[in-house]
Design a binder for this molecule. Structure first.
Ligand code: ATP
Length: 209
């Protein structure tokens, strides 16, 4: 599972997902847009539109799924609920992985039921350029004794471990930067898939109105 606001989806998300599939030898990745992200302001683009952009971005990429399950729930989009729903779908013995970037990982102790996340899945933290801050104390406590240093060790059990991964292609692309560029009428070419760029420009999704 790779959750996020995807506001909008970009090549940092998509390339990371493809490399995660390969490095961890996963069957598939559910990319799950948050309907109501609990720890940030309401996105200016609707969940349905963010999902539509995600679908366009994924296109026919093998193994990547645009998963609408958080749009079907009311209230804040907690990852613990999403993982519980995936766990009941795949069964107690499936190896389930929640991937997140290092920036998101740094705030993990503030998430809803952070211990529960480890009961439901492994956590894989993707290195991102420019996000090298030291771990907060509450986070260090939360992950104590969970860290493994390779994918094989992670896949020994269905859930409960943490792996930090430097994927082959680290991209310093962020949705914040893309929104700022669009609002200022600057180019976003090659930061996101062409079809996503085309829909954003055609519908003036992130432009000042
Ligand atoms: P924003 O700039 O609006 O915070 P973002 O680019 O970080 O957005 P999100 O939708 O918040 O995108 O990210 C979803 C997940 O993907 C998070 O776990 C985030 O850390 C991760 N992620 C985002 N961009 C990258 C990237 N360039 N490389 C690796 N992981 C990324």
């Amino acid at each position: 599972m790779l959750g996020g606001t995807f506001d909008p989806v970009h090549l940092g998300h998509l390339r990371s997902a493809v490399e995660l599939l390969e490095v961890l030898e996963l069957d598939r990745i559910h990319m799950v847009p948050a309907k109501v992200p609990p720890l940030r302001g309401t996105p200016q683009v609707t969940p349905e539109e963010r999902l539509a952009l995600l679908r366009l971005g994924i296109g026919d990429t093998p193994g990547l799924i645009a998963d609408p399950r958080e749009l079907e729930r009311d209230g804040p989009s907690y990852s613990a609920d999403t993982l519980a729903s995936l766990r009941s779908e795949y069964g107690s013995q499936a190896r389930l992985v929640m991937a997140l970037g290092h920036d998101a990982f740094l705030r993990l102790a503030d998430w809803h039921l952070p211990q529960r996340l480890f009961e439901l899945a492994h956590l894989v933290v993707i290195d991102r350029p420019d996000f090298e801050a030291p771990l907060p104390a509450a986070l260090a406590e939360l992950i104590e004794g969970r860290e493994v240093d390779n994918p094989r060790a992670l896949m020994q059990r269905p859930a409960g471990s943490l792996l930090r991964l430097a994927l082959p292609t680290r991209m310093a692309i962020s949705a914040t930067e893309i929104r700022q560029r669009l609002a200022a009428d600057r180019s976003v070419r090659f930061l996101l898939p062409e079809a996503v760029e085309a829909r954003i420009l055609a519908n003036l999704l992130y432009h000042c109105r």
